[in-house]
Ligand binder design. Structure first.
Ligand SMILES: Nc1ncnc2c1ncn2[C@@H]1O[C@H](COP(=O)(O)OP(=O)(O)OP(=O)(O)O)[C@@H](O)[C@H]1O
Ligand SMILES: [Mg+2]
Length: 222
């Protein structure tokens, strides 16, 4: 992909329930490296399914998907690809409750050749970045929803991904915390040239992106 695209999706299809549910029904999409796009669409239209495909968390039935130069339909070891290239931020941030904030951020670094000192330093720097250095030794349950989501952002960044996939990152937050999370993501995109792909149902949030992609019935609307 020498055309500046970090993602090329052609006629991507995905069904559930032996094909009775057509979650993705021929998605065609190109995303440029460093672009910030939002994905909007009604509930059940296929947004999360699409995001999962982009992050190699699920495989397609038909069509092709190229991400960061890799053809995901024909790649065997997707976990290595995922850990190197993708940072995921889920709506329910999936932090591990009995580990500290710092430990939660270091987890994706295991197995990537860092020693524990290096992991702690990197994790601490990222916690500073999301303004949570004071909470490093706390447990996630002791944090507010917005703080937890910022921990999830720090964790998503820890392996320096080229792509951040965020599924309704502000969906469970009040407007103040949601705003902080969005500012963190936007700054990341602007300063580090990270490709940011964000699902949202909030039109105001979607408008922050450089481009909005409308998904309806498993297809991209024009
Ligand atoms: N694991 C699954 N098994 C069966 N059906 C599924 C599965 N995951 C998604 N679906 C179905 O696929 C369709 C698309 O779901 P998806 O989660 O992608 O929607 P969405 O656009 O993210 O919706 P929302 O805005 O509510 O999060 C829906 O009809 C959903 O019920
Ligand atoms: Mg969804």
């Amino acid at each position: 992909m020498n055309n500046g695209n970090i993602m090329e999706i052609k006629e991507l299809k995905k069904g559930f329930d032996n094909g009775r549910i057509k979650a993705l029904n021929g998605i065609n999409l190109e995303i440029k490296k460093g672009e910030f796009v939002s994905i909007i669409g009604p509930s059940g239209s296929g947004k999360s399914t699409l995001l999962n495909m982009m992050g190699a968390l699920d495989s397609a039935d038909e069509g092709s998907i190229l991400v960061a130069g890799k053809d995901l339909t024909h790649t065997k070891d997707l976990s290595e690809f995922r850990s190197k290239e993708i940072g995921f931020i889920f709506q329910l941030h999936n932090l591990i409750p009995n580990l500290s904030v710092l430990e939660n951020v270091t987890i994706p670094m295991y197995g990537n050749g860092y020693n524990s000192k290096q992991m702690d330093v990197r994790a601490m720097n990222l916690l500073k970045y999301v303004n949570l250095q004071d909470k490093a030794s706390r447990k996630p349950t002791e944090l507010s929803g917005g703080e937890r989501q910022r921990v999830a952002i720090a964790r998503a960044l820890v392996n320096k991904p080229s792509i951040i996939l965020a599924d309704e990152p502000t969906g469970s937050l009040d407007s103040k915390n949601g705003h902080m999370v969005l500012e963190n993501l936007k700054e990341l995109h602007e300063k580090e040239n990270v490709t940011l792909i964000m699902v949202t149902h909030d039109m105001n949030v979607a408008a922050m992106a450089e481009r909005t992609i409308n998904v309806l019935d498993g297809k991209v609307q024009n």
